[in-house]
Design a protein around this ligand. Structure first.
Ligand code: BG6
Length: 519
C-alpha cells in the first residue's frame, strides 16, 4: 500500500449528516488501517459556533455510532482516538465571506506547525450545493488554496454531488473551479466509484479473457441496471423536490456504472486513460429528444401506503403529501430510461436503467443478459424453457457475482433448470469491503484521480439528461403513481415488456427455483 504524505483535511459542512455518517467515521477507519499519515489534522468548518473540544465530542459520537468496524456496538479503540483527538480542530465561519476563510488560513498555518502537516491541504466540500461556488472562490481569494500543478505542498478540493443541476450549471461550476484551481486539483466525487464492486467491474471485464470476445451486441441481448431503495424521500423532500431520481441517481451513479460496463478497454489503468474511455461512452449515447421522452423514459411518484423495508414497516402519506414538496409537484421519485449506445460494440442493443425510492428492496445490480440459445434442440423432449444466460453483478447488498447457466436435472428425463454459480466477496475474501469514502479520501491524499469524475465527463453526462428533463417539463404525461414497496409504476414494466423482455427481479418471481452452486 502506498503511504500518504502529511496533510490537513478540512471538512466544509462539518455539522451536516454526510460528515457525521460517512466522512469522520472514514477518517477513523483509515487511522485504524494505518493509512492516515502520522502527521495529520482534521479541521471541521461550519457556520455554527463551537469550540475545538465540542467538535471533538461530536466526532467521537459520530465514530461510535457510524464507524464500519464498530457498527454502534463495539467500543471505540482508545489508542486510535487518542491519536485522532489531539489532531481535531474546529473553525466557525460563513461560506460567502472571504474574512472567514482568512481565519481558516491562519488556523491551517498554526496546524501546519503543531501537527507537522507540511502545508498539504485537502478541502472536502460537503455542504448544500448553493455554497459550492463561494467556497471555491473564497479558498482562492484567501490564499487557503493556490493553483499548482501537482507540486508539493498540494492543495486539493473534493466536491460532493450534485455537480450542477443541468449542463449549464455544471459548466459554470467547472469554470469557477478552474478559475481558482487546476483540473488536477479538483476531485469531483461519486461515492459509487469508491465501492469495491463497482471497481471490480473493470477487473471482471479486463482481467478475464472469457468476456471480451462476447462483450458486445452480437452475444448480449440487453443490459439492465437497477439501483432501488426502500427508503422514501419523506424526510428530505425539501431538497429532493428540486432534484428527483434522474438527477439524484442516474446522471451520476448509474451512468458511472453503465460507462464501466460499456467502455472500451483503456490503454492504461490511470486516471486519464480510464476517464477518456468513459467520456467516449457518454458521447456515443443516442440523444433522447424532448419529443421522444415518453417513449424512452418513465417517471413515477410513490403513493400513500404501508410497506416493509426488509426490517420494519414504513407508513407514508405519499410523495405529494411530504413536507417541502410543492403542490402538484412533478418531481419523480422513480425513473427508468432505455438507452442506446451508438458505437460498433453496442449498436442497436438497449441498456435499461431504473432507480427509485420506496421500492421493494434495497438493491444495486447489473444484469447482463446473453442471447437465448436456439431452443428447437430441446423442444421435443423438454417442456421447461431454456433460460437465457445471465451474468448478475451484485453491487449491494451481498456483494458478488452470479452466473446463471442451464443445467440438466438429474434423472432419466431431460429436464433443464437454471443454476447459479455464485461468488460472494465475504466468503471468497473473508473480508468486508471498505466503505467507499475511505478509499476515496485516501486516493485523494495520494493524488490519484482515477475514481473521481473529470470536468468534461460530468458535462457529457448532463448533455444526456438535459433533453429528458426538458421533455418532461413539456410532457402531458405526469409521473405515474406507484404502490410503495412495489417495483415502481406500470409504465416502467411496459418500457421493457413491450420489447419482449422483463426486469430481472420480476422475471425471477414464479420461475423455477434457481439452484445455487457456490464456487
Ligand atoms: C446519494 C443520493 O447520492 O446516494 C441518495 O443522493 C441515495 O438519494 C444514496 O439514497 C444511495 O447511496 P447507497 O450507497 O446507499 O446506494
Amino acid at each position: 500500500m502506498p503511504s500518504a504524505a502529511p496533510c490537513a483535511l478540512v471538512i466544509f459542512g462539518a455539522s451536516g449528516d454526510l460528515s457525521k455518517l460517512k466522512l469522520v467515521p472514514a477518517v477513523y477507519e483509515l487511522a485504524r488501517e494505518k493509512l492516515l499519515p502520522p502527521d495529520f489534522a482534521l479541521i471541521g468548518y461550519a457556520r455554527t459556533a463551537m469550540t475545538d473540544d465540542e467538535y471533538r465530542k461530536d466526532c467521537r459520537k459520530a465514530i461510535e455510532e457510524n464507524a464500519r468496524s464498530l457498527k454502534g456496538k463495539k467500543p471505540i479503540d482508545e489508542s486510535i482516538w487518542k491519536y485522532l483527538e489531539q489532531r481535531i480542530f474546529y473553525c466557525a465561519g460563513q461560506y460567502d465571506q472571504v474574512e472567514s476563510f482568512t481565519t481558516l488560513n491562519q488556523k491551517l498555518t498554526q496546524v501546519d506547525k503543531s501537527c507537522n502537516t507540511a502545508g498539504n491541504r485537502l478541502f472536502y466540500i460537503s455542504t448544500p450545493p448553493n455554497v459550492f461556488e463561494p467556497i471555491i472562490s473564497n479558498l482562492g481569494k484567501s490564499g487557503c488554496a493556490v493553483r499548482h500543478a501537482n507540486k508539493s505542498p498540494y492543495h486539493r478540493v473534493i466536491i460532493e454531488k450534485p455537480f450542477g443541476k443541468d449542463g449549464a450549471s455544471a459548466r459554470q461550476l467547472n469554470a469557477t473551479c478552474l478559475a481558482t484551481l487546476g483540473e488536477e486539483q479538483v476531485y469531483r466525487i461519486d461515492h459509487y466509484l469508491g465501492k469495491e464492486t463497482v471497481q471490480n467491474l473493470m477487473v471482471l471485464r479486463f482481467a478475464n479473457s472469457i468476456f471480451e470476445p462476447i462483450w458486445n451486441y452480437k452475444y448480449i441481448d440487453h443490459v439492465q441496471i437497477t439501483v432501488s431503495e426502500t427508503v422514501n424521500a419523506d424526510d428530505r423532500a425539501g431538497y429532493y423536490d428540486n432534484s428527483g431520481a434522474t438527477r439524484d441517481m442516474i446522471q451520476n451513479h448509474i451512468f458511472q456504472i453503465m460507462a464501466l460496463v460499456a467502455m472500451e478497454p483503456p490503454s492504461a489503468l490511470d486516471a486519464q486513460a480510464i476517464r477518456d474511455e468513459k467520456v467516449k461512452v457518454y458521447r456515443s449515447i443516442r440523444p433522447i429528444r424532448q419529443n421522444q421522452v415518453d417513449q424512452f423514459a418513465v417517471r413515477g411518484q410513490y403513493d400513500a401506503g404501508r410497506y416493509n423495508d426488509g426490517k420494519k414497516d414504513i407508513e407514508t402519506s405519499g410523495y405529494l403529501k411530504a413536507k417541502g414538496v410543492k403542490e402538484g409537484s412533478r418531481t419523480e421519485t422513480f425513473s427508468a430510461i432505455k438507452v442506446f449506445i451508438d458505437n460498433w460494440r453496442w449498436s442497436g442493443m438497449p441498456f435499461y436503467i431504473r432507480t427509485g425510492k420506496a421500492l421493494n428492496k434495497k438493491l444495486s445490480e447489473v444484469v447482463v443478459r446473453f442471447r437465448s440459445p436456439p431452443t428447437t434442440l430441446f423442444q421435443k423432449q423438454c417442456e421447461a424453457p431454456v433460460f437465457p444466460n445471465d451474468l448478475v453483478i451484485k453491487i449491494a447488498p451481498d456483494e458478488g457475482i452470479d452466473w446463471r447457466l442451464n443445467g440438466k436435472v438429474p434423472g432419466g428425463t431431460l429436464n433443464i433448470q437454471s443454476v447459479a454459480l455464485d461468488f460472494f466477496y465475504k466468503s471468497a475474501f473473508h473480508k468486508e469491503p471498505p466503505e467507499a469514502y475511505e478509499r476515496l479520501i485516501f486516493d485523494c491524499m495520494l493524488g490519484d484521480q482515477t475514481l473521481f469524475i473529470r470536468g468534461d465527463e460530468v458535462e457529457a453526462a448532463w448533455n444526456i439528461i438535459d433533453p429528458i428533463e426538458l421533455g418532461w417539463l413539456e410532457s402531458k404525461l405526469p409521473p405515474q403513481q406507484y404502490v410503495p414497496g412495489s417495483w415502481g409504476p406500470q409504465r416502467s414494466m411496459d418500457l421493457i415488456e413491450l420489447d419482449g423482455r422483463r426486469w430481472f427481479q420480476t422475471d425471477q418471481a414464479g420461475a423455477d427455483p434457481i439452484i445455487a452452486c457456490s464456487l
